[in-house]
Write a protein that binds this ligand. Structure first.
Ligand code: FPP
Ligand code: MG
Ligand code: MG
Length: 326
């Protein structure tokens, strides 16, 4: 397994278990334990907790500590993210995530819809009760963005003539919005100025785009063992992503327009091989390098600190993390 790691500092590593505890509490039902089995399927497997890392580093950079409010805000964002993945796996018909069978694969459509809704409800309740009406409103608006981004994706399914810009618009909403709101909440919990909040939210929006473009690249160019989920899923499901649309030759585009809906395993493997041999990887990584620089430029001008250093290193380190998985 590649070893490239995401930059961190002890104050962040020490604070992440606080987020984990809070996620567990929020995702727990005291009346119906089966709900915990459903939600545990996605929350226990964890993932990289990148949204939390960005939010907690923001809290540290702005206040010098990881405040309890910042921890709660991170738990709310992670819970929304987890809920959206449960729904996403249902929509994508995915059977495995992070090496674990999905809720839809294990229990079917009903539990997957309901547990996603449960997580969404618990995150909203915590934001209102433990943070503020402002925070709850921002999170609700981000959920609407996620849904809109997902709707745009669904409307373009199997459209081989989809423009890269249309894909970009969809991922800015379905992924960028949650990173952005995480940064807005980190600034809000730190009582930061409007200017700092705007800059940090731009950082989050750009980082979210970068994250999703690399996720989309890995779906085309990595291996199932390295990712903990099957590769080629997007192509199979008709999600023609930003990296794919930029890399397709005219011939490949026409092939997808004609055969996309009934691609067999051999055809899919052949197309993936061709794409990997073409400009896909170099072109996407170069684009992401530019986006990483843009992300860093958005950082607010606050006093130098280790936490600010993490925020500065994170975008490029993530590009390298992805490169090591190709
Ligand atoms: C993962 O993308 C999915 C998203 C980033 C957003 C999904 C949003 C919804 C399903 C709307 C409903 C939202 C809530 C809060 C209940 P992907 O499929 O490209 O990534 P993957 O490869 O990890 O599956
Ligand atoms: Mg998916
Ligand atoms: Mg999806």
């Amino acid at each position: 397994m590649p070893t490239t790691t995401i930059p961190t500092i002890p104050a962040l590593t020490g604070a992440l278990p606080r987020v984990e505890d809070e996620i567990r509490q929020l995702a727990t039902s005291s009346t119906l334990p089966i709900v915990n089995e459903f939600s545990g399927r996605i929350t226990a497997a964890g993932g990289k907790r990148l949204r939390s890392v960005v939010m907690l580093a923001g809290s540290l950079a702005l206040t010098g500590e990881v405040t309890d409010k910042a921890v709660t805000a991170a738990a709310c964002v992670e819970l929304l993210h987890a809920g959206s993945l449960v729904h996403d796996d249902l929509m994508d018909d995915a059977v495995e995530r992070r090496g674990v069978r999905t809720v839809n694969a294990e229990w079917g459509v009903g539990p997957a819809v309901l547990v996603g809704d449960f997580m969404l409800a618990r995150a909203s309740q915590a934001a209102l009760e433990s943070l503020s009406p402002f925070a709850a409103g921002k999170l609700a608006a981000a959920v609407a963005d996620l849904v809109e981004g997902q709707v745009l994706e669904v409307l373009d399914l199997y459209d081989a003539h989809r423009s890269p810009d249309s894909a970009l618009r969809s991922i800015a909403l379905k992924t960028g919005a949650l990173f952005r709101v995480g940064c807005v909440l980190a600034a809000h919990c730190a009582d930061a100025s409007e200017e700092v909040a705007v800059r940090l939210s731009e950082y989050g929006a750009h980082f979210g785009l970068l994250f999703q473009i690399l996720d989309d690249l890995l779906d085309l160019a990595s291996t199932s063992e390295r990712l903990g989920k099957p590769v080629g899923n997007d192509l199979r499901q008709g999600v023609y992503s930003f990296p794919l649309l930029r890399a397709l030759t005219d011939g490949q585009r026409e092939f997808l327009a004609e055969r996309g809906r009934e691609l067999g395993d051999a055809e899919l493997a052949g197309l993936l091989r061709e794409l990997r041999g073409g400009r896909l990887v170099d072109d996407t990584l170069a684009y992401c390098g530019g986006l990483a620089a843009q992300t860093v430029r958005a950082l607010p001008e606050v006093g130098e600190s280790d936490a600010l250093g993490v925020l500065r290193e994170l975008p490029l380190a993530y590009v390298e993390w992805a490169r090591a998985r190709i």
